[in-house]
Write a protein that binds this ligand. Structure first.
Ligand SMILES: [Zn+2]
Length: 392
């Protein structure tokens, strides 16, 4: 596979990188000049043909007070050079990100060093040319670093049954223990229960209905919850007409949890990183559960009461992109980014066995939950690899 990453990131400048990491403006690696960015770009939101891109552009600034000098529209939104940078980054790069089994990468990127070679056509191509003129960039199809697509040593080993135990051993050795104390409450949601009269109904499911899940398997029951109630609602895949109940659970005794929400420092090589491997695994579908079930059994055998792990919905709940990079490296590997990454990591708890029946947890309260309002924050992206042309 082609690797254009070194080109796409431009000349490496350590001082500039340190400054940018401080403020983290993720589109900056794609641009070199910052001096003129508060200037008016001379274009407006109505200069674009694609409706999705116009909707994104209208999120900036206010409407023009006089007609746009470029398209003459009276109702467009003014765009500074900086607005155009953010807009191009959001629409073309974040908007073309595709997820693969383990990982994600954009299909299209741009930079100031290459001429446009991508096959962006139709209105998307016309709009890209507006950015080429204003920002001096070229668009091209991205050849992602292989680690972005999950081609890393720990992940490859974890996917092979015979090589899995050694990496799981490394994980158990490398990750810290979190001790959950009485008072560290968390929530567990149930939808449409046939009856709800006893606290035990919020314990792990009974043996006869346990199927193979992320951590549970025949003979190993698991109770899931989260200190974040909204994450519980997402995790339970609740629908608007469900009857939803939530239990507030409180540890009766200290509980020893393997903390897989921990973000290691100085984790500089993504190809050898356990952190990247786990990050991808907890955002993967049920094809990854064979790995996490082995991990659960190993943690149980190592004396843990359960596992603290990042929710599948972490990015969505935090409003963060699926995956962020800086100069072709995961933002997770920059020590300055730790607090940002932590804020994007929503913890879930899994406890082995039947912790309510075993009196490790007490049910403090059971409540009905009503979904009062759903609010979405959306980002539009281009339609790519598509032959149809949208006529005006
Ligand atoms: Zn205009």
């Amino acid at each position: 596979m082609k690797n254009k990453d070194s080109k796409s990131t431009g000349k490496f400048d350590a001082d500039r990188m340190a400054r940018m990491v401080q403020v983290f403006e993720p589109m900056y690696p794609f641009f070199s000049k910052e001096e003129t960015e508060e200037q008016d770009s001379g274009i407006c939101s109505a200069c674009f043909s694609d409706v999705g891109l116009r909707i994104e552009a209208e999120k900036f600034s206010s409407q023009l007070s006089q007609p746009c000098p470029n398209c003459k529209a009276q109702d467009g939104h003014r765009l500074t050079i900086k607005d155009c940078k953010i807009l191009a980054y959001r629409f073309y790069i974040l908007g073309s990100v595709q997820r693969v089994d383990y990982g994600a990468a954009p299909i299209v990127v741009f930079n100031e060093h290459q001429k446009t070679t991508s096959t962006l056509s139709g209105v998307i191509g016309e709009d890209a040319r507006v950015f080429e003129d204003i920002l001096g960039v070229g668009f091209f199809e991205y050849g992602p670093n292989l680690w972005m697509l999950g081609e890393t040593t720990p992940l490859q080993c974890l996917r092979k049954k015979r090589e899995r135990p050694a990496v799981i051993h490394d994980i158990l050795q490398s990750y810290p223990t979190h001790v959950s104390q009485p008072g560290d409450i968390f929530f567990r949601v149930r939808t449409n229960p046939s009856e709800l009269t006893k606290p035990e109904q919020f314990d792990s499911p009974p043996s006869h209905i346990i199927t193979n899940g992320r951590f549970e398997s025949k003979g190993l029951a698991v109770l899931y919850g989260s200190p974040d109630l909204e994450t519980c609602i997402h995790e339970s895949r609740t629908a608007v007409d469900d009857l939803i109940y939530v239990a507030t659970l409180d540890p009766v005794q200290p509980l020893k949890l393997l903390d897989l929400t921990h973000i290691p420092e100085n984790d500089v090589n993504p190809f050898e990183s356990l952190d990247i491997a786990l990050h991808y695994i907890f955002r993967a579908g049920n094809y990854s559960y064979e790995i996490t079930r082995t991990l659960a059994r190993s943690a149980l055998n190592a004396g843990y009461d359960g596992i603290l792990f990042p929710s599948y919905f972490s990015s969505l709940r935090a409003g963060a992109p699926v995956f962020e990079t800086l100069w072709g490296l995961p933002t997770r590997s920059f020590p300055q980014m730790q607090s940002r990454i932590r804020s994007q990591t929503i913890p879930n708890v899994c406890l082995f066995g039947r912790p309510v029946a075993e009196k490790k947890l007490i049910v403090r309260s059971i409540n009905r939950v009503h979904l009062e309002q759903a609010i979405y924050r959306l980002r539009m992206g281009p339609l790519l690899n598509e032959k149809i042309q949208i006529s005006d």
